[in-house]
Write a protein that binds this ligand. Structure first.
Ligand code: T1G
Length: 699
């Protein structure tokens, strides 16, 4: 069955693309569009053409799955140019999301009619590339260079209303899209084509200073990314060159992006995020439980943030605290968060009230008896967790899902203190919980399939990326963070300054260095953890200097002093000579001769430690895919997406090289912490990658 069909109604040809799930511009679609346009160009019975799509959306772009193989003709730029060249008016009928190559097809049409609910966008930059079928030349001509840059660099989905204000859409309708497009085509038949490519840009306002200003304005958010600068150069070409030369320049810059390893890494992340919801033993026939009301235990920072996720999607929340002042404080923080969004114009004051109406505060566990899901977000000790779950076991209704927001603790042990362990799992949100996209869904040994399936779906419903992890200390993210942090702290005691360690990892692409991160989290958190696990269970050389800081009152940013100094309430870390002096004293105490440590060594040790722990987690089955680990690190720990996450990064280095490096570190720093993960050894010796592992275990 062809993915492109044609029907002629009263002299109007309707070309329909039908290529589920998102009408991507696969080879057959490009062929079909080229074939039909060619036929219609000379079809005397036809005065105008409508391009529409079946299914849930207009064309959502080129077929990303085809990127790995050599492009087959007809190539999209040619298909698009042929559409624009048509002598008969071509009208695009847009519903859902017209994205990437899909918007480029629509821009090559002479007119565009859309549903009010439709969105348009050029998100290619999120795939490490740029709009390569005329989008960077036609969008600036019709919407102006400033709007075009906004759309191309942000990759955001632009509403129909805004797109119309940009001049991209000619008409917006609430429904009956096809009829409206046909009527529009009939009316346009008399006017002939209006080619976007022929529209002029008033270049006077968009000179070098405009582009310099724009580059400055995005420097921070695009740090380390390759494609954004190429996108800007394309729009500069649109302003300064005639269409044909601009399209040629776009093609050159597109090829450069496609050849850059960042494109492969970001495309890996695209599919990795879509794989996370594929869980062995769970499919569409697995029952789900209805979640109509959610209970939250604890109205602290985490509890409040978690609750907002549900209120934001219309699920009412009952939030429990032990005392009224704590409850008032918690709900007050939630209201402040919403009011901050309102102040930025993201919410109206009515919407703020509507959202706050979703919240019911209580001091009594009994008020949770009608909740379908109850999430505990109380202090991180097993004793308190068990007490809370004992209460939940008493009050929660039959079939309610009981979840812990623990970051580290044993969910099996928590589940065991209820008479319904099959209804218990971990839902580990990341702070700030109403902002961070990542959700670790911790599958306990007895968690029932319908409980897991319900929470995997729920993650998507509350706009999170839900990654399933097995029970182990710190699950996926925090477990890997520990060896990463160890190597960073060891580098300090061996000779690197804290700011050098941070600078090395910041340059690598981390949003901040581990020392700054520790100060933000609070050095006392790690200190108490270490007190709990005992000196024999961690590398004392790495952390004794930090413990001295805590014992001297330097608990981190919250007290204005930690590894760094924070003067007058500022959040800017400043190296502190007192700290450096303490570190050097601790090196002597530990019998360490300090040495110069290069940034490369710092990055290598931290990354190899991260990767090796990831391979252990994968080998133990505590994560289903290496790509799941990449999703955790990119969405929960700020790992640079343009490196594809730690496991994809390892593949880019070659697992044999990674394995050899870890063995080398074992010889140099001792085998205690540098034992290659068995899975890493196995894959390296077999000449395989983590991607091979995922493919072979896709089940
Ligand atoms: N190509 C191939 N498969 C795609 C696809 C695409 N462009 N978009 C989605 N899919 C698959 C996806 O993997 C999933 O498959 C299913 O469709 C549903 O997607 C020259 C070169 C459209 C907003 O970047 O943003 O055009 O997992 O789960 O949440 O300039 O998909 O079910 O097997 O995401 O409702 C530019 C990418 C391409 C848009 C729908 N376009 N897609 O979101 O569903 S580059 C994009 C999306 C380009 C030209 C260049 C979203 C969506 P499976 P989903 P959703």
């Amino acid at each position: 069955m062809s993915t492109v069909s044609k029907e002629i109604r009263e002299g109007i040809a309707i070309i329909t693309v039908d290529n589920p799930p998102v009408n991507a511009l696969s080879h057959s679609v490009r062929e079909g569009l080229a074939r039909e346009m060619k036929e219609l160009a000379s079809n005397a019975d036809v005065s105008a053409i409508v391009v529409a799509c079946a299914g849930r959306t207009f064309i959502a772009g080129a077929d990303i799955r085809e990127f790995g193989s050599p492009p087959q003709p007809p190539h999209l730029p040619d298909v698009v140019n042929d559409i624009e060249a048509m002598e008969k008016p071509v009208v695009a009928a847009i519903h859902g999301t017209a994205l990437g190559g899909g918007l480029e097809v629509a821009l090559s049409c002479h007119y565009r009619v859309a549903l009010a609910s439709a969105k348009i966008g050029l998100p290619e930059v999120k795939l490490g590339i740029l709009p390569g079928a005329g989008g960077t030349q036609r969008l600036p001509r019709i919407a102006g260079p400033a709007n075009a840059l906004d759309a191309i660099i942000s990759g955001r989905h632009v509403s129909a209303k805004e797109a119309k204000s940009w001049g991209v859409l000619d008409e917006i309708v609430e429904d009956n899209l096809l009829e409206a497009a046909i009527a529009f085509a009939k009316a346009a038949a008399g006017n002939g084509p209006r080619r976007t490519g022929e529209m002029k840009i008033d270049g006077t306002k968009f000179g070098p200073e405009f582009f310099a200003g724009f580059r400055k304005s995005i420097a921070r958010q695009t740090r380390g990314y390759f494609a954004p600068e190429h996108c800007i150069r394309c729009v500069e070409a649109a302003v300064s060159l005639p269409l044909e030369e601009g399209l040629k320049r776009e093609r050159e810059l597109f090829q450069e992006c496609m050849a850059n390893p960042q494109a492969k890494a970001l495309q890996h992340m695209f599919f990795a995020e879509r794989q996370v919801s594929r869980i062995p033993g769970i499919d569409k026939n697995t029952p789900r439980r209805d979640i109509r009301r959610v209970g939250i235990i604890g109205a602290g920072t985490m509890g409040g943030g978690i609750a907002m996720n549900f209120a934001n999607v219309g699920i009412p929340v009952t939030i429990l605290e032990v005392e009224q002042p704590a409850l008032d404080r918690g709900l007050g923080v939630v209201r402040k968060n919403y009011e901050r969004s309102a102040a930025k114009g993201k919410l109206t004051s009515e919407q703020v009230e509507g959202l706050m109406d979703q919240f019911t505060g209580t001091l009594s566990y009994d008020d949770l008896s009608d909740c379908d899901l109850i999430i505990e977000a109380v202090f991180e000790t097993m004793e308190i967790k068990k007490k809370v779950f004992g209460e939940l076991d008493r009050v929660a209704k039959k079939g309610a899902i009981l979840a812990s927001n623990t970051s580290y603790l044993d969910v099996n042990e928590i589940a065991a203190c209820t008479k319904r362990p099959e209804d218990v799992l971990g839902l580990h949100f990341f702070s700030p919980a109403n902002v961070m996209r990542l959700l670790e869904i911790v599958r306990a040994d007895k968690t029932a399939p319908d409980v897991l399936a319900t929470c995997v779906d729920l993650a998507k419903a509350i706009r999170k990326v839900g990654v399933v992890a097995g029970v182990c200390h710190g699950f996926i993210g925090n477990r890997m963070l520990s060896p990463y942090g160890r190597e960073a702290a060891l580098a300090v005691i061996e000779g690197a300054k804290p700011e050098e360690v941070d600078a090395a990892l910041f340059t690598f692409g981390m949003p901040m260095g581990p020392m700054t991160m520790s100060d933000m989290a609070g050095l006392d958190i790690g200190y108490l953890n270490r007190q709990g696990v005992g000196r024999e269970n961690y590398e004392t050389k790495a952390y004794d200097w930090m413990d001295r800081l805590v014992e001297s009152g330097r608990k981190g940013l919250k007290v204005g002093a930690g590894v760094y100094a924070y003067e007058d309430g500022s959040r800017t870390p400043k190296p502190d000579p007192d700290v450096q002096k303490l570190i050097e004293e601790e090196s002597v105490k530990a019998g360490i001769e300090r040495r110069a440590i290069s940034s490369d060594e710092i990055v290598e040790r931290c990354m190899m430690a991260l990767i090796n722990e990831g391979a252990k987690i994968l080998g133990e089955g505590k994560a289903y895919r290496a790509s799941d680990i990449d999703v955790v690190y990119v969405n929960g720990y700020g790992y640079p997406a343009y490196r594809g996450g730690p496991m994809h990064y390892a593949d880019s280095l070659g697992l044999k090289n990674v394995y050899d490096k870890i063995c080398e570190f074992g010889e140099k720093f001792g085998p205690r912490w540098w034992q290659p993960a068995p899975l890493l050894k196995e894959l390296a010796e077999a000449g395989k990658s983590f991607a091979d592992f995922d493919r072979e275990n896709a089940g």
